[in-house]
Design a binder for this molecule. Sequence first.
Ligand code: CU
Length: 171
Amino acid sequence: MNIDNFPQPKQAMRKLNQYAVFLLLAINSTFAFSLGNTATNDIVAISEAWVRPTNPGQEVGAAYMTLTSKENLDLVSAISDASGSVEIHSMTMENGIMKMRNLDSLALEAGKPYRLAPGGFHLMLFDLKKPLNIGEHVNFVLTFKNKNNEQFKQNIKANIQAPKESASHKH
Ligand SMILES: [Cu+2]
């Protein structure tokens, strides 16, 4: 768990610490958050992060984003402040049926953007603590692991918004 090799900009560290404290206060200790192991980094660029709004009574949600890493590494887990747990899912079409799989990790190749998008990879939010309403946002902490088994975390704020592509994909 040596994170010393990763750049740790002061401002980013402060932001993450504030976020971690918020989680501890507002949620509870089920995340088993370890302050000692948290660090932000500039290795993975995350863009276009968004969360699909939920309908009343819906207990699962989905988040999408584009991840571009400067080095080969794996996304190994994620947590959010809006759900009891988050899983990394793939989605494939098999015999005309959409199937989702829970992945242990998602391999990111250096320099290659990975797009988590409707119909493909996504982060699945289970045990939602509240409805996900358009205009609000969800905070995530993603954990990555490099080939030396060093872990580091990165927080990302995703806006809750309607899918942009849904209209063009309708038949
Ligand atoms: Cu899923």
